[in-house]
Design a protein. Structure first.
Length: 41
């Protein structure tokens, strides 16, 4: 039972890292999109 907790925390950290990366990618994509529309206008 003791080995299950470190595994869970590692999984949680991996999930948080993936979520953070997704947020960064979304922010960058949104920024680029706004720049493109601003240039187009």
């Amino acid at each position: 039972m003791g080995y299950l907790l470190p595994l869970f925390t590692t999984l949680l950290q991996a999930l948080l890292a993936m979520l953070f990366i997704c947020l960064v990618v979304l922010c960058v994509a949104y920024y680029i999109h706004t720049r493109i529309t601003a240039i187009r206008l």
